[in-house]
Design a protein around this ligand. Structure first.
Ligand code: CP
Length: 311
């Protein structure tokens, strides 16, 4: 194992080995079981959210608090971003002031590429446009492993607005790498063949899946020309009561949220015993603690020096 650590950015799961990802899942579950959190009181973080967020921002804040980090306040609405400052200059400024790491959500897919070449402090990607949402994927994996012990061999169907969803893209890639059988479902016009997952109808999906992962329609990333009728969408692509009754007894329902109740899922089913939606939110804090520990720990972590992340 390496003894000198590189700067650990957490921008996608693609750049991590499967051993590192499994270690992160294990650490997330350990924190949930009550493992003491390490003390990072010498670290100052800044959370930069250029897109709205409830869960990701709040759970990163909670994770930073539990790791005893100092959180330097930053609001895009009152910052010099409003005077035309670039993302790169904002980040370089925060690094110069003394930030040890930046948690960033931004609408530009791959925004972090130029930052990786410029900054000497870790970048933690809290979502980039329609690109990746790796901390969401980690908490989703944690929730699946918590339920089944493994994702290997499990049938996962990701349903909805696949083309515009960073959650779908992150999850499809990592689930395939970890041995799950992954399908897509939802409107064919939003199906993205480049994701490399076969398409099922929603009726086929509910009968085959172990894990049904529902997505919100990402209206903010559409060009505004699509006719959208929530009731039609629910009937054709949503999790209705009738479809819920056809799931396997052991199957679970995930959704990254925010949920549009009555659209991708019937209102009352959000709190159904097989829904893990609020458990995912709880798990998000532990997964983000594990991510921050991974970024800032000076200890070697199993899998650091492996090179099994190229597929
Ligand atoms: N799941 C998720 O990313 O939620 P927020 O947009 O509220 O952070």
């Amino acid at each position: 194992m390496k003894t000198i650590l590189k700067n650990r950015h957490f921008v996608n799961l693609e750049s991590l080995s499967t051993t590192e990802i499994n270690s992160l899942i294990e650490r997330s579950l350990a924190f949930k079981r009550g493992e003491p959190a390490p003390d990072f009181s010498d670290k100052t973080l800044v959370n930069l959210f250029f897109e709205n967020s409830t869960r990701t921002r709040s759970s990163f804040e909670m994770a930073e608090h539990r790791l005893n980090m100092y959180l330097l306040p930053f609001e895009t609405a009152t910052s010099s971003v409003q005077k035309g400052e670039t993302l790169r200059d904002t980040c370089k400024t925060l690094e110069a002031i003394g930030a040890d790491g930046l948690v960033i959500r931004h609408g530009a897919t791959g925004y972090y590429e130029e930052l990786l070449a410029t900054l000497d402090i870790p970048i933690i990607n809290a979502g980039d446009g329609s690109g990746q949402h790796p901390s969401q994927s980690l908490l989703d994996l944690m929730t699946m492993v918590e339920t089944y012990g493994t994702v290997e061999g499990k049938v996962v169907v990701i349903c909805g607005d696949l083309q515009h969803s960073r959650v779908a893209r992150s999850n499809a890639d990592i689930l395939k790498r970890l041995g799950a059988i992954v399908y897509g479902s939802g409107p064919v016009e939003w199906y993205d063949p480049a994701m490399g997952i076969p398409h099922l109808s929603m009726d086929e999906a509910v009968e085959q899946c172990d894990i049904l992962m529902l997505l919100r329609v990402q209206h903010e990333r559409h060009d505004g020309t699509t006719r959208f009728d929530p009731a039609d969408y629910h009937a054709t692509y949503g999790l209705t009561h009738e479809r819920m009754n056809r799931l396997k007894n052991s199957a679970i329902v995930l959704h990254p949220a925010p949920v549009n109740r009555g659209v991708e899922i019937a209102d009352e089913l959000v709190e159904h015993p097989r829904s893990r939606i609020f458990e995912q939110m709880k798990n998000g804090v532990f997964a983000r603690m594990a991510i921050l520990e991974w970024c800032f720990s000076t200890k070697s972590i199993k899998g650091d020096d492996e090179d099994d992340n190229t597929n």
